[in-house]
Design a binder for this molecule. Structure first.
Ligand code: PRX
Length: 701
């Protein structure tokens, strides 16, 4: 396919279209052993969920839940594009995740908590004990914190059991929780407290990360201050303790405002609170997406639609059975953790593992030791984590005696080479892989292979889920057909139960950002007129599989041809010495923009001109000369966010001698200066304003 660009004459490529040059990959097939035990084996599924059957097909989703009052209208579009699912229905999300499992699974593990320090024992929380704790905390939230259905509460919690217990306690009362990723700063937390209008903040004294104790309570003090500056007073800060009876924080407690969780909970021992029956469309939680593009957006998810969506996809795409031990290594502070550590797995009575720390602590064998010890058989992580684990311990998995039946990848496009390591080395050639594409706004998976039914194709997320009808539009709104070797804007034609309800407090932005772009008639009440704009570029192969190119703003326009950065990075990763690659646009006088390549090498490999040349050669061979990079920089490491995403925005700023911006929230801020000196030299450089597309390049959403 590398020749494709040469075959398309310039006049055939509209300005809006992106030419992509993927090499088609071979299929991999699920094993008979997997198929034999899978939850979803009905070959008729796509017919059952055909577009003619929409929206009634989603009845099957609702039926996975226990309703206090059954719904009467499956989908109400009367206020399009504010969709309402299962209208008239009433239910409680906590009841569905906890209470209803007690009869059968009372003494089965709901959560297994694995502390980062390896000498600290794991904590097993059975469904019965989860029920007890959630009830006690719900009583505290109601009677001590004074919260009731519809109120918002902000959590700034790391990966300990406090977080899911708090979430479920809120759900029990209809309180809307807003968890801010624990790695975010106090300031970021404060802005989100203010936006959501929370007057209660739940935090923790400290936690373990990469072998260090993090003092977290200090962030709460900043958060409260920032929230107040932004018009929201916080009356109560509830401080959990990582070790009961000890305090890991040096921050003082503010009298009358700060309360230790263990002290206030004494009064609530053994209390029980009835679950509050909530309307299907009542908001369950807010999840803010990263605010670097301006004000953070609070994505509001509802109760019945959301819960049914994560339940169905947990059962049929993750293939979770109650007997499985399931481990998603994401952080609960992101949507993946909400949907696929807490709500989805618990809705289907799973055992869900929660790991506190970083995957490579104290070494790259840690995840595989955890998997072996807990007998994990379903594993879920991100391409970044897979790349990190491959870089620091390429042969570690084979040293451990675990066996996965199923593995998930999510969050970024996965390069075929990385996919194959995941499949062959981590999965030992036996596990199916689901490359799941979705977004915070979406609630749950939208594109993925159905694990027992569809073959896998490295680097392609796959076909849409049943009942999801994606379409790729060019800038003018023309459909880009499957098999055309062209990419465009990935949109979804129809609403689905997991879709978010609105942006908290900003319905206009919700419409503008997600629905205005391809809306056919703003007065229409018909869902067909309101395709959802994902903001991702994608292409669809002739077999119907989608390949995600990344954010549409992560595209480099080289001499009028738009190239996906991920595509170039994927090429770099075919060079055996390369561990990680990041491609950014750099201004070029002749060609407009050119890609610039940053690579880090596998352990023990020495940087050399020869490796740089191999990278250039790989790009030219796999994509074509059009993608030839201006420079290849071999760097000691990539600047990364706390959640492990490579900060291409910072590399683009360095490449273009532009303002780098704040780096304090990074995992490794020191790397930025090392890379800057390597690229810009140690002398004084003149900082440029830079063009808009590069200023916005790689922005976290
Ligand atoms: O660009 C897509 C990428 O992650 C974005 C959504 O990020 P977020 O809202 O943080 O949610 C992440 C977890 C659901 C998307 O716009 N993305 C997500 N999954 C994939 C992906 N890119 C490629 N392949 C995926 N499987």
């Amino acid at each position: 396919m590398a020749e494709a660009v040469g075959q398309i004459r310039d006049e055939e490529i509209s300005e809006a279209q992106i030419a992509v040059h993927w090499r088609e990959e071979e299929y991999y097939y699920p094993s008979p052993a997997f198929i034999g035990q899978a939850n979803l084996t009905d070959p008729d599924i796509n017919r059952r969920f055909s577009i003619e059957k929409f929206p009634d097909c989603f009845k099957e989703y609702a039926e996975l839940l226990t309703w206090d009052q059954y719904w009467h209208t499956i989908l109400d579009t009367s206020n399009a594009p504010f969709w309402r699912w299962f209208v008239g229905g009433k239910l409680n999300a906590c009841f569905n995740c906890v209470d209803r499992h007690l009869a059968k699974y009372r003494n089965k593990a709901a959560f297994i908590f694995v502390p980062e320090p390896e000498d600290e024992p794991v904590v097993v929380l059975t469904y019965q004990e989860l029920y007890n704790r959630v009830n006690e905390v719900a009583a505290m939230l109601r009677d001590f914190a004074g919260l009731k259905a519809g109120d918002r509460v902000t959590f700034h919690l790391p990966m300990t059991l406090d977080l899911p217990i708090m979430m479920l306690a809120c759900a029990r009362l209809g309180i809307i929780h807003s968890q801010v990723f624990g790695g975010f700063s106090g300031e970021a937390c404060g802005l989100r407290i203010a936006d959501s209008g929370s007057r209660v903040l739940v935090t923790i004294d400290g936690y373990y990360r990469n072998g260090r104790v993090i003092d977290h309570k200090v962030n709460a003090d900043i958060a409260v201050q920032v929230a107040e500056q932004n018009g929201q007073k916080v009356d109560k800060v509830i401080v959990c303790k990582r070790h009961p009876g000890r305090n890991l924080s040096s921050a003082p407690m503010v009298k009358g405002r700060d309360f230790f969780f263990d002290e206030i909970m004494k009064e609530f021992a053994n209390r029980k609170v009835d679950p509050v029956s909530m309307p299907s469309e009542a908001p369950l939680f807010l999840m803010y997406t990263s605010g670097t593009t301006g004000k953070p957006k609070g994505c509001q998810h509802g109760t019945g639609g959301y819960l049914s969506y994560v339940a169905w996809t947990s059962k049929y795409i993750q293939d979770i059975h109650p007997e499985d031990v399931y481990w998603c290594m994401a952080d609960i502070g992101w949507i993946t953790g909400h949907s696929y550590i807490v709500y989805g797995p618990l809705a289907v009575a799973a055992t869900s593992v929660i790991y506190e720390g970083v995957p490579t602590y104290p070494d790259a064998g840690r995840p595989w030791r955890i998997a072996e010890r807990l007998n994990v058989n379903i594993f879920h992580t991100s391409p970044t984590a897979i790349r990190q684990l491959r870089k620091s311990g390429p042969n570690e998995p084979q040293k451990y005696n675990y066996r996965f039946k199923h593995m998930t990848t999510v969050g970024e496009p996965i390069e075929p080479d990385v996919w194959r390591w995941y499949y062959e080395v981590v999965g030992k050639g036996q596990a199916v892989i689901c490359d799941t594409w979705w977004q915070t706004e979406n609630g749950g998976f939208l594109i993925s292979t159905k694990p027992a039914l569809d073959p896998m194709k490295p680097g392609s997320a796959g076909p849409p889920l049943p009942g999801i009808f994606p379409v790729i539009y060019d800038e003018e709104g023309n459909e880009v057909p499957a098999g055309s070797n062209r990419a465009g804007n990935l949109c979804i034609r129809n609403p689905w139960p997991g879709i978010f309800q609105t942006i908290w407090g900003d319905p206009e932005r919700y419409v503008n950002q997600y629905y205005k772009r391809y809306c056919r008639n703003p007065n229409s009440k018909d869902w067909r007129d309101w395709p959802y704009f994902s903001g991702d570029g994608a292409m669809q192969a002739a077999d119907g599989y989608f390949r995600i190119l990344g954010r549409v703003d992560d595209v480099i326009n080289v001499a009028g041809h738009r190239l996906g950065t991920k595509e170039i990075e994927s090429a770099c990763l075919t060079v055996e010495e390369v561990a990680e690659a990041a491609v950014v646009p750099v201004v070029d006088e002749l060609r407009g923009r050119m890609p610039e390549v940053y690579v880090s090498l596998k352990p023990g490999v020495t940087p050399s001109k020869a490796i740089e040349e191999k990278v250039v050669h790989a790009i030219e061979t796999i994509i074509g000369k059009i993608a030839r990079p201006k420079r290849v920089w071999i760097v000691p490491d990539m600047p990364k966010t706390r959640s492990g995403k490579i900060m291409r925005r910072i590399l683009a700023a360095i490449s273009n001698t532009m303002e780098i911006g704040d780096t304090t929230t990074l995992l490794n801020p020191e790397v930025v200066e090392q890379v800057r000196q390597m690229v810009q030299g140690t002398g004084k450089v003149e900082i440029k304003a830079g063009p808009e597309d590069i200023r916005r390049f790689g922005e976290e959403r």
